[in-house]
Design a protein around this ligand. Structure first.
Ligand code: GDG
Length: 487
């Protein structure tokens, strides 16, 4: 095959840029989610097309901005247009009021509005249409995340029946929770129209397989190890787990720059003597921020000797602003921060520093580099890239990672991190205390383990392993246009 003939087509709900109105014009802002952080370097290196919603509704011509974004990003971007009503039912509705909470085991947060389903399928069909307009017969189509679980069956309807893969960035729930989903069989059957389905962890794949065995007649599942094969209706589907990662070298090199070192110094200088405990999360109820604040409060109650010697620096990045539950969470967090600070603040020391905005990369890395303790306690998380970024950026190798046992990253990082149950306020509080007094030797040894694991299993390894499993070792068919780790 001619090497130049094959490209990667990525489809995800959002393009890796957000368009925001500024007066009469549109401003382009690079996206900040984990998916973007993970995939942008890959597509830039390999070349290809990214298909997604630009984040605006209505008849607005943004073709000039898209060309500009494509040139800046180093790969082509194609829009899928959504109207207000589509956003309400497909995006806010089925994706974020049903699939997101349910797949994070929070079924009481779900709104199973029957009108959402048809909208979800219509938009999955619209994505399939745009993919069909941009994909050649040899291209590999890689669809991402819970918004597009059913795109493969819509691709089938327009004649695209091969070379498709799907990766789920969020957890896949256990059988007894998935069972609540009114459209459970439709979703499972649609997913089986992909050639390969990837999950973050063994836990998620196990749950999925159990759901398949329960709801799909005459399915057989064979194999062991990372990739299993399901056979149904004469088709074979590969089902694997591929823990996502970060561009380790990029993070560690940038964290080592003068700019980041200076910014890190100022952060510590501005805070009184003592250790910084860092939390960085999108505003989301799955990230466990209220429980974390309670745990920190518990620490301050139990250990007055730590007063003035420890500060929690909680960064919350605005997210899903148009969903009421998120607005309520913001209010709750702000009230809790106010209460705890009101109770413990003394002259020259404010126990919780709360930042509600998106930071630029050097600023974020400065926080990672300088914080003695990272406190990452999601109630459930597909992976959690912040944990890996903290390790990569911890240049002095003295930081301690406290990580929820329910983050997808936990199995990989458990040898170096302190694992906690995020619901157990006492346990999290004790873990912070242990991290605070941990001696340098142990901190170094743990951080070295963490760093070597994240460095070995970086984003390039992730993409290579997914594509290798998908297209049976023909990754070289995608011509590298920049640096790529050798296979
Ligand atoms: C989903 C899954 C899975 C955060 N604050 C700022 C900022 N960030 C970046 C981080 C990180 C990303 O956002 C967050 O990634 P996470 O993995 O922690 O979480 P989700 O956004 O929920 O991602 C998750 C991921 O997909 C990938 O598969 O790991 O489980 O839920 O990369 O650096 N970036 C900037 N400023 C900030 O203030 N620039």
């Amino acid at each position: 095959m001619n090497n130049d003939s094959r490209k990667l087509i990525i489809a995800s709900n959002r393009l890796p840029f957000v368009f925001e109105r500024k007066g009469d014009s549109w401003k382009l802002i690079p996206g900040s989610g984990g998916l973007v952080t993970a995939l942008a370097p890959v597509l830039r290196d390999r070349g290809g097309v990214w298909i997604g919603w630009p984040g605006i509704t209505g008849a607005v011509d943004i073709s000039d901005q898209l060309s500009f974004a494509s040139n800046t990003a180093g790969f082509s971007m194609k829009p899928v247009h959504l109207e207000e009503e589509d956003v309400r039912r497909y995006y806010i509705g089925l994706s974020n009021e049903v699939l997101w909470p349910l797949f994070h085991d929070l079924q009481s947060y779900c709104n199973f509005d029957p009108s959402y389903w048809q909208a979800y399928m219509d938009i999955n069909a619209r994505f399939a249409q745009v993919i069909g307009e941009n994909a050649g017969p040899e291209d590999f189509i890689w669809v991402h995340d819970y918004h597009l679980l059913c795109t493969a069956s819509e691709l089938n309807k327009i004649g695209i029946t091969a070379n498709t893969g799907f990766f789920l960035h969020i957890p896949f729930p256990p059988l007894d929770i998935f069972t609540n989903l009114p459209w459970r069989t439709e979703i499972l059957h649609s997913m089986l129209d992909y050639d390969i389905i990837g999950f973050q962890t063994l836990r998620d794949r196990r749950n999925f397989i159990q759901c398949l065995r329960t709801f799909v007649d005459d399915i057989s599942i064979e194999g062991k190890g990372q990739i299993l094969t399901a056979t149904v209706g004469g088709r074979s589907i590969r089902i694997g787990y591929f823990p996502i990662s970060i561009d380790y070298n990029e993070f560690s090199q940038m964290a080592g720059t003068r700019e980041v070192a200076d910014a890190a110094w100022y952060i510590h200088e501005d805070l009184p003597k003592g250790k910084i405990v860092l939390g960085v999360d999108r505003l989301d109820y799955t990230k466990g921020i209220p429980y974390r604040l309670r745990a920190f409060e518990n620490l301050l109650e139990k250990h007055p000797e730590l007063h003035r010697k420890i500060t929690l620096l909680q960064v919350v990045v605005p997210s899903r602003r148009n969903i009421p539950m998120y607005e309520n969470l913001k209010i709750k967090i702000e009230r809790m921060v106010g209460e705890i600070n009101g109770r413990f603040t003394r002259s020259g020391w404010v126990p919780i520093h709360y930042i509600f905005r998106s930071l630029d990369r050097p600023e974020l890395l400065a926080y990672y580099r300088t914080a003695e303790i990272a406190l990452i306690t999601p109630l459930k998380d597909g992976m959690n890239l912040v944990a890996k970024e903290y390790c990569a950026s911890n240049i002095e190798q003295t930081g301690v990672l406290i990580l929820s046992e329910f983050a997808g990253a936990a199995p990989q990082l458990k040898r170096g991190a302190i694992l906690v149950n995020p619901y157990n306020i006492e346990e999290v509080s004790d873990a912070i205390f242990d991290a605070w007094r941990m001696d340098l030797r142990e901190r170094r040894s743990r951080m070295k383990k963490l760093q070597s694991s994240v460095a070995r299993n970086d984003i390039y390894r992730w993409v290579n392993s997914f594509l290798n499993a998908s297209i049976a070792g023909n990754l070289d068919d995608f011509p590298p246009v920049g640096y790529m780790e050798p296979l």
